[in-house]
Design a protein around this ligand. Sequence first.
Ligand SMILES: Nc1nc2c(ncn2[C@@H]2O[C@H](COP(=O)(O)OP(=O)(O)OP(=O)(O)O)[C@@H](O)[C@H]2O)c(=O)[nH]1
Ligand SMILES: [Mg+2]
Length: 423
Amino acid sequence: MFVDIAKIKIKAGDGGAGAVAFHREKFVASGGPDGGDGGRGGNVVFQVDENLSTLADFRYKRKYTAQNGEPGKGKRCSGKNAEDLVIRVPRGTLVKEASTGRLLADLSDKEPHIIARGGRGGWGNTHFATPTRQTPRFAKPGTPGEEMEVTLELKLLADVGLVGFPNVGKSTLISVVSEAKPNIANYHFTTLTPVLGVVTGKDKTSFVMADIPGLVEGAWEGVGLGHQFLRHVERCRLLVHIVDVSGSEGRDPKEDFETINRELVKFNPDLAARPMVVAGNKCDLATDEQIEDFRAYVEEKGYRFFPIMAAIRYEVDPLLDCITEMLSKLPPVAVFEPEPEPIKPAEEFGHADVTIRNADGVFIVEGDWLPHLIQSVNFDDYESIQYFQRVLINTGVIDALREAGCGEGDTVSMYDLEFDFIE
Ligand SMILES: Nc1nc2c(ncn2[C@@H]2O[C@H](COP(=O)(O)OP(=O)(O)OP(=O)(O)O)[C@@H](O)[C@H]2O)c(=O)[nH]1
Ligand SMILES: [Mg+2]
């Protein structure tokens, strides 16, 4: 079954906790702190797998959790970092944040894309020894791994997309110009899922052609198989519009041509504006007048026109030559850029809960929402730090610290951060 949309939950591993331990050895009195750091939690990573062509695997498994980092141990032993969880998807999969629709990654290349970051390991107590604090009895917990719901949306990558009414010969064309073996039959909606074929054009250049199910009037409203398969030609650099020029099913080729173009506009005006060439198929069933009449009609509108007989590959080469030539001048297949996470204005943060512990004079602040905030702040940038301070004031963290007894010059420890409290 062809599945091109899925929704899954992903959770990166939490960082392991730092250890509280002290050096113990015969004849060595009160050895110093030697608690090791926690390990990093595993990231959730997406990567293209060329052997996959659908998102069917995600219908049955919907929750993906990476391993947590190991806690630190005594003797300055750091906990092991967890391995990344790699989720394999077909080429052309878009990963979006489910709640907002924000694009996180376009899996069009071979690179692994980290979508949910594993938490960092907490520091062991070794880090907290200072001349005045020789036996720190605390360590830090790891930060939690990112967790979110994502939608996966497959948008195939092809240079050329075939569009047209059902039964006009789209699959026949791809079958005679590539190794693709789609079903071909004399009825509507023979093709139920998109098919890709590699076509070798002139001068051994090759391009990828996509055959999709036929469209009918009202496809954008869900008539016939609907328009959902148009998504798979959305990235195409060029469309080949195939029309039954003989009108063998009683329709008028010009009306067919306009109907499909209207459906394209309704689906996505960008797609409708894509460069397009027109192939008039089933010329064996058409009269010369029919062919010339249709030719005049589409050429008048500025399209290149090729009369063909796909079934016997008659006059298909001039069409392929034209495609190759046009592709050589067109921009590459569209790859979508991930959208950055919008920064929430500091004023929009309301009160948020934190817990504060006083450990040997260090005020340890914890709250589920803090690691995410800290990750979004660039501590080398003055404005970014000011933003961070405003958020801490608005959420009540500064007041809570005061209430806990934190005063001028005391050390505040917040996950990866440690800073002095300044009134
Ligand atoms: N007479 C004639 N018939 C053709 C020609 N090309 C294809 N056909 C026939 O047209 C019918 C439909 O062909 P397909 O390739 O399955 O059409 P399609 O556009 O993929 O149809 P859907 O997948 O249903 O959208 C088949 O019976 C083909 O044999 C041609 O040049 N002349
Ligand atoms: Mg077909």
